[in-house]
Design a binder for this molecule. Structure first.
Ligand SMILES: Nc1ncnc2c1ncn2[C@@H]1O[C@H](COP(=O)(O)OP(=O)(O)OP(=O)(O)O)[C@@H](O)[C@H]1O
Ligand code: SF4
Ligand SMILES: [Mg+2]
Length: 446
């Protein structure tokens, strides 16, 4: 996370930090042309009749020590991307490199060392912890899976980790149902941190939590990053969350990255119309935007089906700037400004965009409309409440720790990278031989 916030980590990590092979700022993870198509099969013979283009050719890098935020509407492929880079899913095409090593098709044995370095925190703190296992078993699972015995023993290390995430070490023998959603998310985070990972991929780590609890979890992740030198990929559908935690932000639409930019640049001067639309629905902190009624855009309709994405620019069915070329030619993701990559034929805030007299598609003109403040009131309320709760530089001192309160989320005890399991939460037919089965990790009450 980018801001120089005071470190108020609940407990000292005590020698837990690994020696890093990748210096801060160097590329830790590199993704090239990454694709995941889920086959759709039908009939007795289960013939493939199509595919869900969940992730459809994306390129990006994650540098050591940074936080890359990934945002986009539901179904745009964020979780699939997260599972691909943590190797919970086998890509259809493309390449994933971690610390310069090609890990795209590593088998179980080859992935074993990587499982220590790359961890995932899942969205749902209620289904991601096995209700039949104690907290001690859940947080200690990665040690057993990797056959690692920490100095002082597993129990002592687990109790230390519980302290690090702001939970009471005495809770070692309790069960998940005895904790709130926020506390469960902290348990998940403790589990993800057990093996001192280099990269943590957090898939909507706070979206299942109350707004006030969200801020505590976001702050905890921030503190942990500073203390342990972690690198994050944080997935969210809400720009208000990633705004506070990201150094750079990737905006996804229908399986593609449409804009990738430094956080401040993206908020100050978004260049992709979709980014602009997403931002206009988050009328938080900037008082100047309060007056900017005409800048608010409400996208109509749902995201088109990823089974048959629109031709050309996938956003053309909802874009108010779409022209003929947008329907036929797919715009490549190119760096239009230093640190700002955009995939658009007529980017915003860019002098070289097409002349304003370019004929707009009728359908596109109708695809978006300006909306009244009331329509956005609900999202504004949520965003503002979160923004108010998230600690700023000024109020950072004295916040943050102690009360065993919230977050959550890592996958269940024992599988995946760090032993995580999470249901795909997806629709449609799927393959996924390498997807851990959900098992019994459900059924909690709170
Ligand atoms: N195992 C699967 N089999 C078939 N389709 C899948 C599978 N997993 C995901 N999908 C589909 O791939 C697309 C992308 O799903 P994904 O879960 O990655 O989206 P997302 O951006 O994380 O959405 P959300 O914000 O709702 O979590 C969706 O259309 C989804 O239905
Ligand atoms: S202007 Fe064209 S290329 Fe740019 S986002 Fe809109 S439809 Fe896509
Ligand atoms: Mg998801």
């Amino acid at each position: 996370m980018s801001e120089d916030k005071a470190v108020t980590t609940p407990a000292k990590s005590g020698g837990a930090t690994l020696t890093r092979d990748t210096a801060p700022g160097e590329v830790l993870l590199k993704v090239t042309g990454l694709q995941k198509h889920f086959p759709i099969r039908k009939g007795l013979l289960q013939r493939q009749v199509g595919a869900v283009h969940a992730v459809d050719g994306i390129d990006f890098e994650v540098r050591s020590g940074e936080t890359l935020g990934v945002v986009g509407e539901s179904g745009c492929g964020k979780s699939t991307m997260g599972r691909l880079i943590t190797r919970l899913l086998e890509p259809t095409a493309g390449k994933v490199e971690f610390e310069g090593q090609d890990i795209t098709h590593l088998g179980v044995g080859g992935m074993r060392p990587l499982r220590r370095d790359v961890q995932m925190i899942f969205q749902d703190p209620y289904s991601s912890l096995n209700p039949r296992h104690t907290i001690g078993t859940i947080v200690g699972a990665p040690f057993r899976l990797q056959d690692v015995t920490p100095a002082g023993g597993i129990k002592k290390e687990v109790q230390r980790l519980l302290g690090v995430v702001g939970l009471n070490p005495e809770h070692y023998n309790r069960y998940p149902h005895e904790f709130s959603g926020g506390q469960r998310q902290r348990i998940g985070i403790a589990r993800a941190l057990a093996l001192n990972p280099k990269l943590v991929v957090a898939d909507e780590p706070v979206s299942a939590l109350d707004v006030s609890i969200q801020a505590q979890v976001v702050n905890l992740l921030d503190d942990l990053q500073q203390e342990l030198g972690l690198t994050y990929v944080i997935i969210a559908h809400d720009l208000s969350v990633v705004r506070h935690v990201s150094d750079r932000i990737a905006v996804m639409y229908l399986g593609k990255i449409v804009e990738l930019a430094d956080r401040d640049q993206l908020y100050k001067s978004p260049m992709h119309p979709y980014t602009k639309a997403l931002l206009s629905a988050v009328p938080i902190p900037d008082p100047r935007r309060k007056e900017a009624k005409s800048e608010r855009i409400l996208l109509k309709g749902d995201v088109p089906s990823p089974i048959a994405p629109p031709s050309g620019c996938r956003f053309h069915t909802r874009c108010w700037k779409a022209t003929q070329i947008c329907t036929t030619a797919e715009p490549p993701l190119v760096e239009l400004r230093p640190g700002q990559q955009v995939a658009c034929h007529h980017p915003e805030n860019f002098e070289d965009q097409q002349p304003q007299d370019t004929v707009l598609l009728t359908v596109a003109k109708e695809a978006a409309e300006l909306v009244a403040d009331e329509v956005l009131a609900e999202s504004a309320q949520t965003s503002a409440a979160l923004a108010a709760e998230v600690r700023t530089d000024e109020d950072a001192a004295g916040s943050g720790t102690g009360e065993a309160a919230e977050p959550a989320a890592a996958a269940d005890d024992a599988t995946g990278p760090a032993g995580s399991t999470e249901s795909a939460g997806s629709t449609g037919p799927a393959e996924e031989p390498d997807e851990p089965a959900k098992g019994d990790a459900k059924g909690d009450d709170k």
